[in-house]
Design a protein around this ligand. Structure first.
Ligand SMILES: [Zn+2]
Length: 312
């Protein structure tokens, strides 16, 4: 028979094993003391072999875990905002540049030296805005709220001109010229609307408009749209743009634009607008679009060449 001290030592060992969740040497994993007591070992183990389960954040969809063998648990969290899914970093509380303001999310600032069309490089601060209806970038120069009526440009993204440098439309020139003029004044703001591609027809549809419009021999501003059953312009609300301006403390602007519809919609959204003409010099490449804009869309254009003469 074992002596009392030996029995006590055995009991102490057994308690120690239970506390450290270790199976007794030689026992089958999962069939140790804890298993025999009817509890799943993984649930009572502290710091055991099972990896911790990812926590689900408020507002986030369930976290997905990769199942490839050997791969570490890879989390793909995303944040639902206005029906969109945005991937977000895991440790959200470490992110200091993402902010929520009422109905929009703001990310920034991002400071970048931007190339200006006159060859200069100018420092701008860029912010990202996400509204339920769209995503925007705001390119800020100086402190526009300190100016009585800062110079502002609202730009709808155009893949042809802004990314590829197309000369068919005036989008590229207008962005370059807006940056140049704002840099010259040292204060101002450009709002870039990502969801308003091709007058908000969308990227894919804009490809269809251009490809099919060219195949059918249509001009690409109005006829290519309407012949395919699209509206000629889907931009009906400028509430998001007005909110971005108000975020920067701006309610009175000088807007670089030739589009009377845009001016009217901004006024309707509560912004006081003074128009500044923003017209590309007419040339062989852009004359079809520019004439269509004036004749069919009522844009405020003089249709003059660089030398000030009318195109013949
Ligand atoms: Zn364009």
């Amino acid at each position: 028979m074992a002596s009392l001290p030996a029995v006590l030592a055995l009991v102490a060992q057994w308690i120690e094993r239970l506390a450290s969740n270790q199976e007794a040497p030689g026992s089958i994993p999962g069939e140790g003391a804890s298993a025999r007591q009817g509890s799943p070992p993984a649930k009572i183990r502290k710091g055991g072999a099972c990896p911790p389960k990812p926590r689900r954040r408020r507002g986030a969809a369930p976290l997905k875990t990769a199942k490839e063998p050997g791969e570490k648990h890879r989390l793909e969290p995303y944040f639902n905002f206005g029906g969109r899914k945005f991937l977000i970093p895991m440790k959200k509380n470490e992110i200091k540049t993402v902010h929520q303001f009422g109905r929009y999310e703001l990310i920034g600032p991002v400071k970048l030296p931007l190339k200006i069309s006159n060859g200069k490089v100018s420092d701008f601060t860029i912010w990202y805005f996400a509204f339920p209806g769209g995503q925007y970038a705001a390119l800020v120069k100086g402190n526009p709220s300190k100016v009585k009526k800062p110079l502002v440009r609202v730009e709808s993204v155009c893949i042809w001109a802004h990314f590829f440098g197309s000369q068919y439309c005036d989008c590229g020139w207008q962005l370059d010229e807006a940056k140049r003029r704002i840099d010259e004044e040292k204060n101002g703001l450009i709002i870039f609307a990502f969801e308003q591609h091709g007058k908000a027809v969308g990227l894919r549809n804009h490809f269809i408009v251009y490809a099919e419009g060219q195949r059918r021999g249509h001009e690409l501003v109005v006829d290519a749209y309407t012949s395919l059953g699209f509206d000629e312009d889907y931009r009906k609300h400028y509430g998001d743009v007005a909110d971005i301006l108000k975020h920067f403390g701006i309610k009175n602007i000088r807007l670089m634009s030739n589009n009377p519809n845009r001016i009217a919609l901004l006024k309707k959204a509560g912004i006081s607008v003074e128009r500044v003409p923003h017209e590309v010099p007419l040339n062989h490449y852009n004359k079809t679009e520019m004439i269509s804009k004036k004749v069919k869309l009522g844009h405020l254009l003089t249709l003059k060449k660089k030398n000030g003469k009318r195109f013949s």
